[in-house]
Design a protein around this ligand. Structure first.
Ligand code: 13P
Ligand code: SF4
Length: 341
């Protein structure tokens, strides 16, 4: 397997334009034409290398279009990627997303090699809470179960009764069978869940640095200036979801768009997501109040290529932490995701 480690740097050849004509046409409005000659040699080299390696590339919806459409085999939200890792047949997974996503994949596929193109790709939510914080909450509220959003470290998951994603947070909280639940770390998602259930939630003060920046004024501007429908992620502040026509997770947004087929929509979420969906919904015009996740942007075609070539960096989670975190993640997968749209 290591005989591929000294491959030359991929360079442009004219045939690539023909070989990838269909992809080029699909991404015509998403990837600036000046960038295309830089991307294509890497896309081609990654696709060849992944076949030689027998690898599966999984990419979160917030990855840039050249990754999402150009090299990924599996795409989706945090729930879909965790499920795909648990079900995956390949021995080698390259997880294009932030570190907690790669960690979750490794925990759910412990006998596989999980590579992360940039292990420093973090998340403001995951950074907002530690395992010691969760233990302190348990001491403060004895007997109250802990649900942690999947945007947390493996160590925090290990201290939790169950994990959830934004696609199934309400169901997971209710599945705890308790009148009170400690919900960490996202305060805004927790507030949204609290608005949808009778369970009392004890919240932590974590925030997504991307979604917390959206304002109600921006949302109103998109509606009034562009006559757009508003679709907001529950990681946004409550005054933003109050303006929205639909509030839902990444996967629920996609189902809503497929069902409603709006002429114009403002997706109030990370803006690579809107780029990726433009290719899937060509009849809908996407207005982009644009906030990019800087951590997601750390993943590039270049570092995907390097990690497939060099077979590193691989994600490792200490066995004892992984075993407890797996219990919480497996509970999350068992609850499934809400398909209400
Ligand atoms: P989902 O993938 O669960 O929609 O989460 C959004 C997000 O911010 C991921 O980091
Ligand atoms: Fe974390 Fe927000 Fe970036 Fe998602 S979008 S990885 S929640 S900082």
């Amino acid at each position: 397997m290591h005989d591929l480690a000294h491959l030359p740097v991929p360079v442009w050849r004219d045939e690539l334009a023909n070989e990838y004509a269909a992809l080029g046409a699909r991404l015509e409005h998403l990837v600036p034409c000046l960038e295309w000659p830089l991307h294509l040699p890497l896309i081609d080299a990654i696709n060849k290398l992944k076949q030689q390696r027998g690898a599966v590339i999984m990419a979160h919806s917030y990855q840039s279009p050249e990754i999402f459409h150009g090299v990924a085999d599996v795409t989706g939200d945090s729930f879909a990627l965790a499920q795909a890792a648990a079900d995956c047949d390949a021995q080698l997974i390259v997880l294009c997303g932030v570190h907690f996503m790669a960690e979750s994949a490794k925990i759910l596929a412990p006998h596989k090699t999980v590579l992360t193109p940039d292990p420093t790709a973090g998340c403001s939510l995951a950074a907002s809470i530690t395992a010691a914080d969760v233990r302190a909450l348990r001491a403060q509220y004895p007997g109250v179960p802990v649900v942690s959003y999947v945007n947390t470290s493996a160590a925090v998951k290990a201290e939790s009764d169950a994990c959830c994603t934004s696609a199934n947070a309400v169901q997971v909280v209710e599945a705890m069978g308790s009148a009170r639940v400690i919900f960490v770390p996202d305060r805004f998602l927790g507030s949204y869940v609290a608005s949808q259930t009778r369970v009392e939630l004890l919240l932590w003060n974590g925030r997504c640095e991307v979604h917390e920046k959206f304002t109600a004024q921006q949302a109103r501007h998109a509606r009034e200036r562009f006559d757009a429908k508003l679709v907001a992620h529950p990681e946004c502040p409550p005054e933003v979801w109050a303006e929205a026509d639909f509030v839902g997770s990444t996967s629920a947004m996609v189902r809503w768009l497929a069902k409603e087929q709006p002429a114009r929509v403002a997706l109030i979420t990370e803006c690579s997501m809107a780029d990726n969906l433009r290719a899937q919904f060509p009849r809908t015009e996407f207005i982009k109040p644009c906030n990019l996740c800087p951590h997601m942007q750390q993943i590039t075609l270049q570092n995907i290529y390097s990690c497939l070539r060099d077979l590193r960096p691989a994600v490792e989670v200490p066995a004892e932490v992984a075993a407890r975190a797996r219990t919480a993640l497996t509970r999350m997968l068992a609850v499934g995701r809400r398909e209400t749209v």
